[in-house]
Design a protein around this ligand. Structure first.
Ligand code: SAH
Ligand code: SF4
Ligand code: F3S
Length: 440
């Protein structure tokens, strides 16, 4: 009987991408996907280390998995448990010690070796090497998922060392994939009918990849090249760092219609002192100037962001500066978090940590403002016509769901299947998290 796998993914888009590629590896080994963990022979947790809560979730999940494994073993069946991703990379052997249920641990640069790890599971292997591009050179081609939208990793790792962040430790040094490899992966997706490409990287706009002619391409050059493919209708990129917003990126936002007018540009905090302490290396005014510059090139562009409240030393006044940035930019959506001390990062050792209840109050105020802005942004769509890429049937009969250029979920009534089509929708209603409309 064919073996089945189940992958549970935590964390960011990079992990979502990695889980997809793990599925490619397992599919090439004739594994089938399982609907639930209970039906699987191999369970992999692709983990996130960004905040304490995210990391601790993994251990509580492993507690449940332990009971599952005992049941399986009683029934004389094999059951393999792998821990992948950023907790694996950060804690390695510690995962093995804390959770004897785990058979193998492997980091974000090692999952291409899954077949070998599965073969050696008796030894409880721990694979945490960083070998740039080793992974990409050996991964099988992406399988056909039937979807119209695909992620392609172009840049991995991070050298920026923001003082709150574990990513440079879990993902290693910054690395840009060669142009040729990226285009090859894109073409494989196009052969499967994909029309939307999202370029991924922890700092995707720091991209500087080797091109065939020996030159180095920027992210803007890569986007310009992709825009020439007729089959590609939408291009996105995420996540960008304000420090790497270069002139040619502003330009392509003005010139390329296929580049969606929606940009995730995290600022984290609005106080220049806090930004300095975070090692972000830009000011709030510089960030706002970037937003204005982008709006002048592409008037319909909208922004999303990330925020941290309660970084060590953050005063009420510093926090007010964050609110002011939000008021100025007016976000279409955003993620916001309480600062979480992460082992090994400079922020963790500071003596001026902000009390939890202060962080809680600040987060509630910030989120109230961001939610209001998101609702206002959605409400502004009513009366407009937006191109929607339809993905799946909705909850109700004859309802179809898709995504707007701004990643809003849009539902329309339709008596025929719309999946995979890009169609104009006249927006008639807006809620906090979705839009409704009619096909034009
Ligand atoms: N490279 C991206 C961010 C990647 S991490 C950038 O520089 O903008 C995703 C988000 O998690 C960050 O933007 C930040 O808002 C949040 N985050 C990272 N470390 C955190 C910590 N220690 N506590 C709380 N939030 C954190
Ligand atoms: Fe983390 Fe900063 Fe790198 Fe973003 S730029 S991944 S926040 S260290
Ligand atoms: Fe988490 Fe790793 Fe992404 S720590 S946010 S899964 S890079």
């Amino acid at each position: 009987m064919q073996k089945r796998y189940f992958i549970k993914t935590y964390g960011c888009q990079m992990n979502v991408y990695d889980s997809e590629r793990m599925q490619d590896v397992l599919a090439a080994q004739a594994y089938l996907p399982a609907e639930t963990m209970e039906e699987a022979d191999v369970v992999i947790l692709n983990t996130c280390h960004i905040r304490e809560k995210a990391a601790e979730k993994v251990y509580s999940e492993l507690g449940r998995i332990k009971r599952l494994k005992m049941q399986r073993q009683k029934a004389g069946k094999e059951f393999t448990v792998g821990v992948a991703g950023c907790v694996a990379q950060a804690e390695g052997e510690e995962v093995m010690r804390r959770a004897p249920v785990v058979d193998m641990v492997f980091g974000p640069q090692n999952f291409h070796r899954l077949p070998e790890l599965l073969g050696n599971k008796q030894q409880r292997p721990v694979e945490l090497d960083f070998v740039a591009n080793d992974k990409f050179d050996t991964l099988p081609a992406p399988r056909n998922t039937g979807g119209r939208s695909a992620f392609v990793s172009v840049q991995e790792g991070c050298d920026k060392f923001c003082t709150f962040c574990v990513v440079p430790y879990t993902r290693g040094a910054e690395y840009s994939r060669p142009v040729k490899d990226i285009i090859e992966e894109v073409k494989q997706h196009l052969d499967h009918g994909v029309i939307e490409i999202s370029l991924l990287g922890q700092n995707v706009n720091a991209y500087h990849g080797a091109a065939a002619d020996g030159s180095e391409w920027s992210l803007a050059q890569l986007i310009e090249h992709l825009a020439e493919f007729d089959q590609i209708k939408r291009i996105r990129y995420t996540t960008s760092h304000p420090r790497d917003m270069h002139n040619d990126l502003y330009r392509v936002h003005g010139e390329i219609d296929k580049l969606m007018p929606y940009l995730h540009l995290p600022i984290q905090a609005g106080s220049d002192r806090v930004l300095h302490d975070m090692n972000r290396k830009h000011t709030a005014a510089e960030y706002i100037a970037m937003v204005e510059q982008l709006r002048s090139k592409r008037p319909d562009i909208a922004f999303s962001g990330d925020f941290i409240v309660g970084f060590p030393g953050e005063t009420d006044e510093d926090f007010e500066a964050t609110l002011r940035v939000v008021e100025t930019v007016h976000y279409a959506s955003a993620y916001s978090f309480k600062y979480s001390t992460r082992p090994g990062t400079p922020g963790a050792t500071r003596s001026d940590q902000v009390p939890e209840e202060v962080k809680g109050e600040r987060l509630a105020r910030l989120q109230a403002l961001l939610n209001k802005q998101q609702e206002q942004f959605n409400a502004r769509m009513v009366g407009k016509t937006l191109p929607v890429l339809f993905e799946k049937a909705g909850k109700h009969a004859n309802q179809w769901l898709g995504k707007s250029p701004y990643m809003q979920s849009v539902h329309v009534p339709a008596g025929r299947p719309l999946e995979g089509q890009m169609l104009d929708v006249h927006i008639t209603q807006a809620g906090p998290n979705s839009l409704g409309g009619e096909l034009v």
